[in-house]
Ligand binder design. Structure first.
Ligand code: HEM
Length: 183
């Protein structure tokens, strides 16, 4: 939720849109991937899950940096709404960094090679059968579920801000215009 007068730079919007697309791809590939047992090599879909998931890391880091540099929400919404929006945003950003790492450790512990679209192979961080890798595997699925919930909350907040809050603002005559939401 941003101030009616503030706009995000084009690059931030591109990053935001790219991250949404990548998150959708991650859930889609996880959904359609055949469940694999350790020892089997990951197929094309799981490899795409790894590669697109790794792309999320630098994009999320860049978006966090830009949002931090630009400051927090503008004065367009009440303090409680701002607080909820900020907590939601930063939790989502943190998870977008932690979740791919957790997936990476999980893949390592299962002995799967992780590469970026087959071009750049990443060295394993933990060994095959690593207990830490397995724990992070559990966390990966849990964090992914939280990302899904936060993303839905994020969309609901954006719709509320754009349609309901702005209508209420106009109703009480404070001249507020529709506000946008960027992550
Ligand atoms: C934000 C990025 C990511 C999201 C939202 C995400 C989401 C998911 C989801 C929802 C699942 C299914 C969990 C389940 O079966 O209970 C999954 C599985 C998995 N993910 Fe990710 N993931 C991401 C990034 C990554 C990355 C970067 C890697 C590795 C480099 C990875 C490795 C794995 C592995 C190994 C599995 C298990 C696959 C299987 O057993 O078939 N994930 N992920």
């Amino acid at each position: 939720m941003e101030s009616p007068t503030s706009t995000y730079p084009q690059i931030t919007k591109i990053l935001h849109t790219s991250l949404i697309a990548l998150i959708v791809i991650e859930f889609f590939t996880a959904l359609v991937a055949p469940q694999l047992s350790g020892g089997m090599s990951p197929g094309a879909i799981v490899s795409l899950h790894f590669s697109f998931g790794l792309v999320i890391l630098p994009l999320a880091a860049a978006l966090i940096g830009m949002r931090y540099a630009a400051g927090n929400e503008g004065p367009g919404s009440d303090p409680l709404t701002q607080l909820v929006a900020n907590v939601g945003h930063y939790a989502l950003y943190a998870l977008l960094i932690i979740t791919p790492f957790a997936g990476l450790l999980w893949a390592d512990s299962r002995g799967w090679e992780v590469s970026l679209f087959g071009f750049i192979a990443l060295p394993a961080i933990v060994g095959v059968g690593s207990g830490i890798g397995r724990i992070f595997g559990e966390l990966h699925a849990f964090f992914a579920a939280i990302i899904g919930l936060l993303a839905l909350g994020h969309i609901a907040g954006a719709l509320y801000s754009r349609f309901i809050a702005s209508s209420l603002g106009q109703y009480v005559g404070n001249n507020s215009s529709p506000q946008g939401e960027q992550g």
